[in-house]
Design a protein around this ligand. Structure first.
Ligand code: FES
Ligand SMILES: [Fe+2]
Length: 370
């Protein structure tokens, strides 16, 4: 079960050109297309005639044409033309597909996954997606339960272990200070927190990993741990914000969009406001976004996340426990679970937070553990 009254990141703007784009989001097949003004639209991809895949069709005069028998749909999802009926034929009223609200900003296309209920909020512009930030991003399809994928993008406790073969820090550096100043925004859709290291803390013991960390995050000095701020918001955005010398900032961010119960689309990016960063840093961040890196580091994440899939527990372990270091991940699970309850749905994974009706024992344990 997923929240439908929510903006999900569907695509990077540059992915959607003259041809429609196929996406599956929370189990719905979507066809994204641009009209003649270049505005993006999202329709249910199953043609009302025989269920042809509209995302494999063509954009014609601001409509989307089905590749099977050529029925055309406008941005509101109404069929406007049925070639086999000629110019005189009346298009049946039932000839329509769902039309989902779309919002495009700062290089990303978001889709509101409820065709019946109009959105009452929009994704906020992100300061790190505009100049002077230099941004690089890419996306990949990833196997695993939605909340596990999102929580892994947010929780640093996995880095020393899941990434021990690549960027992972040494095990003795795996202990993290508590996340402090956890704050929920007034609208209840964003949670922030801070990680402040004790003076002199080291994050990486081997010279190679120190060098890599310094180049990747820029603010690490000789392996000294870097303080950071986390953000997470209901649309699936997770952010790690690092201060740099000279008042500059560096961000590692990701959108996790559920495809179905067992797959996600993961958009990951880096943003740096430092105009003086060296050639090597630029080259390395390019490498980070390249397919080699995507198939290396993110593959390590996927290996772990997908290892939790089992026939025995299709929604994840029924007694998922959260400890203090998992506070940001838990904040998201709580926020998303509350939104599910508001739509009268039950989460497929162990819930956190207050729910309508009697509270069950596993939830009490989860609450107590944090
Ligand atoms: S299935 Fe789409 S026009 Fe026939
Ligand atoms: Fe990871």
């Amino acid at each position: 079960m997923f929240v439908t009254q929510n903006w999900y990141c569907a695509a990077v703007s540059s992915e959607l050109g003259d041809k429609p784009l196929s996406r599956k989001i929370i189990n719905e097949d979507i066809a994204l297309f641009r009209d003649e003004e270049g505005k993006a639209h999202a329709l249910g991809a199953r043609c009302a005639h025989r269920g042809g895949d509209l995302s494999k069709g063509k954009c014609v005069n601001s409509t989307l044409e089905c590749p099977w028998h050529g029925w055309r749909y406008d941005k509101s999802g109404h069929c406007t033309h049925i070639p086999s009926m000629g110019n005189e034929g009346r298009v049946p009223r039932m000839a329509k597909v769902p039309s989902y609200p779309v919002h495009e900003q700062q290089g990303f296309i978001y889709v509101w996954m409820n065709a019946e209920v109009k959105p009452d909020w929009r994704p906020e512009p992100r300061p790190f997606l505009d100049a002077p930030y230099q941004v690089r991003f890419g996306s990949r399809h990833q196997k695993g339960i939605f909340v596990h994928t999102l929580e892994t993008a947010l929780e640093d406790s996995h880095v020393a272990f899941a990434h021990s073969a690549s960027i992972g820090r040494d095990i003795e550096c795996a202990q993290l200070p508590p996340i402090t100043n956890i704050t929920k925004s007034d609208d209840g859709r964003t949670v922030t927190g801070e990680l402040i290291w004790p003076e002199g803390s080291k994050t990486a013991a081997t010279p190679f990993k120190r060098w890599l960390g310094k180049l990747l995050v820029g603010s690490e000095r000789d392996g000294n741990a870097s303080d950071k701020r986390y953000w997470v918001d209901i649309s699936g955005l997770t952010v790690h914000e690092y201060p740099k010398e000279g008042g500059y900032r560096y961000y590692v961010f990701a959108y996790t969009t559920p495809v179905d119960e067992f797959h996600n689309r993961f958009f990951v990016g880096l943003a740096d406001s430092d105009p003086n960063r060296g050639l090597i840093n630029r080259w390395l961040s390019k490498l980070l976004m390249s397919s080699v890196f995507k198939h290396f580091v993110f593959h390590e994440d996927e290996d772990m996340i997908s290892s939790a899939l089992s026939d025995q527990y299709p929604g994840g372990h029924p007694k998922a426990l959260f400890v203090k270091a998992d506070a940001m991940g838990m904040a998201y699970r709580r926020m998303y679970t509350a939104a599910l309850y508001a739509e009268g749905k039950e989460p497929a994974w162990p819930p956190v937070g207050p729910r309508p009706g009697p509270v069950t024992q596993p939830e009490k344990e989860v609450e107590k553990a944090v």
